[in-house]
Design a protein around this ligand. Structure first.
Ligand code: G3H
Ligand code: ZN
Length: 296
């Protein structure tokens, strides 16, 4: 099945977007989505590109190839892009969308940078997401208290921002934070409701790894349409590798510990996909899985 436009996956109902760091992440995400029978978004962040020696082509090609063999709809998204040089590469590498992250800029500069990225991307058929407010915890940035005054997205400003920038979706700061390894975030559901009422485009939740099952379901029912998940996969991956190597310290072939780690990520993907779709998970909650592998 070929790659599908990101907008199509979002229009089909609430959808999970998972961060791809390695080939094994992409394989696990597609396998997990197939097991759930749900569309999925593979997203590669600027930080992941930096990890791959600042080269987008190899990891993008790997993700595209995995997506092309999928039996469910898969979209490819370039995530949290600050660098203009990077978002300009998105069309040539087969991305259906970008998230331009100008959220650390003052409002007027954020609008100008985002509008420029949206105009460039729309002219090439790409779907564009942007962020207003501060979802803290991004790599390389000082921690942000998601409950601090001023860090949340203001509904009236968000509505105006979407009109001024022309973006297709908006990432909102409603109480989640990036890179949480416990699922303890408390979301502001009243704010999600007000944003849903005032903002004309789909809303995106970042930092969803730290959001408990019930909170995530409520958020989706309240208007969140794209659910971004990264850290939960790394918790599953690293917990599995650590367990395998502790049990079998003689192993040297990476396939022996990467295979179960990939399987652990795929199970996490399946559970998030089912949760976001509102389906019961016969194996229990995502929280149950995550808690068994959380680092001490
Ligand atoms: O854009 C990516 C997500 O916001 C991932 O956040 O790693 O905290 O789940 P997370
Ligand atoms: Zn994010």
């Amino acid at each position: 099945m070929p790659l599908v436009p990101t907008g199509r996956t979002v229009a089909s109902g609430p959808v999970c977007a998972f961060n791809v760091i390695t080939l094994e992440h992409a394989e696990a995400i597609v396998a997990g989505a197939e097991a759930a029978g749900r569309p999925v978004i593979l997203q590669i962040s600027e930080n992941a590109v930096r990890f791959h020696d600042r080269r987008l082509a190899p990891i993008a090609a790997a993700a595209r190839a995995v997506a092309a063999a999928a039996t469910v709809d898969v979209a490819l998204h370039l995530d949290h892009v600050v660098s203009r040089d990077l978002w300009r590469q998105a069309p040539e590498h087969g991305f259906g969308s970008i998230m331009v992250d100008a959220s650390r800029l003052p409002y007027r500069e954020n609008v100008a940078a985002t509008r420029a990225a949206a105009e460039f991307s729309h002219a090439r058929g790409l779907w564009v997401e942007a962020e207003l407010g501060t979802v803290g915890g991004k790599e390389g940035e000082p921690p942000v208290d998601p409950h601090a005054p001023g860090s949340r997205t203001d509904p009236a400003q968000a509505a105006s921002y979407v009109t001024q920038t022309g973006v297709d979706a908006l990432a909102v700061a409603v109480g989640s934070a990036h890179a949480m390894t416990t699922r303890s975030a408390a979301l502001d559901h009243s704010l999600i409701g007000r944003l849903r009422a005032e903002v004309a485009v789909p809303l995106v939740l970042h930092g969803s790894s730290g959001v408990p099952d019930e909170e995530l379901r409520r958020a989706v029912l309240g208007g969140i349409v794209k659910v971004n998940i990264g850290t939960a996969l790394n918790v599953a991956f690293t917990g599995s590798v650590r367990g395998t190597l502790a049990a079998r310290p003689e192993l040297v072939d990476p396939r022996r510990y990467l295979a179960p780690a990939r399987e652990a990520m795929a199970e996490t993907v399946t559970r998030f996909c089912r949760l976001v779709a509102g389906e019961a998970d016969p194996q229990g909650s995502v929280a149950g899985l995550t808690l068994t592998v959380t680092e001490s």
